[in-house]
Design a binder for this molecule. Structure first.
Ligand code: ADP
Ligand code: MG
Length: 234
């Protein structure tokens, strides 16, 4: 996935300013930055939900936003809000998403059963999603985002709403998916999560301040306080 000169203006405000990105396949690519730095806006442009003011985007060989329609079944998207159907059961949530993604009925059922097992929700299949714990909701949301085996996963602060143990658990799942070839772009304001990424980009005030492996960035940015204080209030 590549983006070149990606810019988004909201009136006078430049939310994302001429950002260049290069995300290799099967990479866990982190987006680190404080609130308001432009993480969500960038992710929304990459998946075609928001039209850039300027810039070029190539995702999985498709030109975005022009070919965003073709992208839908090849990517997964998840935010900290989880977007579950609270009044549907765990299984119904996944079966609905499998249908939306166009999986044939039998194949969809098999995929849902497999995900329920792998995401440790098989003892809660009939429970209403709205009554799950934070960590369980998060696992269900991730299972839902990958029901169609997307090549690329875009995750916007997926761990902001859960406890530390669920965060760790979630990151194990992300690396499993990357090992299986899924490309993962994940935004966070947690340093410990950013440090685990294969590569990361640091955003501040809409600008891409630096990118590279965590090791490279630590060397590059030594003595500059914003990296260490990325999660501190502005
Ligand atoms: P982050 O996800 O890093 O917290 P955002 O991408 O949400 O940052 O926001 C970047 C900037 O753009 C912020 O100043 C935010 O207030 C502004 N912004 C985001 N969406 C809109 C919008 N729809 N209209 C106006 N301003 C917006
Ligand atoms: Mg955000």
């Amino acid at each position: 996935m590549h983006a070149h000169g990606l810019t988004k203006r909201f009136g006078q405000l430049v939310a994302v300013n001429a950002v260049n990105l290069d995300v290799p396949r099967a990479c866990v690519y982190g987006f680190l930055g404080p609130n308001g730095s432009g993480k969500s806006t960038t992710i929304r442009m990459l998946c075609g939900l928001l039209t850039p003011s300027e810039g070029e985007i190539d995702v999985l060989g498709l030109r975005i936003p022009q070919q965003a329609e073709q992208l839908k079944r090849r990517i997964g998207y998840m935010t900290q809000k989880f977007s579950l159907f609270d009044d549907l059961s765990v299984r119904q949530n996944l079966e609905f998403l499998a249908t939306v993604q166009g999986l044939p009925r039998q194949q969809g059922k098999a995929r849902v059963d497999d995900l329920l097992r792998r995401y440790r929700l098989d003892d809660r299949t009939e429970q209403l999603a709205g009554t799950l714990s934070g960590g369980q909701k998060q696992r269900l949301a991730l299972a839902g985002a990958i029901v169609h085996k997307p090549e690329l996963l875009l995750l916007d602060e997926p761990t902001s709403a859960v406890d530390p143990e669920s965060r760790r658990d979630f990151w194990e799942k992300l690396f499993e998916l990357a090992d299986d070839g899924t490309t993962i772009l994940v935004s966070t304001h947690y340093m410990d999560e950013a440090e685990r990424c294969h590569r990361l980009a640091i955003l501040d005030n809409g600008n891409l301040v630096a990118d590279g492996t965590p090791k490279e960035l630590t060397a590059k940015l030594q003595g500059r306080t914003f990296l260490i204080r990325a999660d501190a209030p502005r």
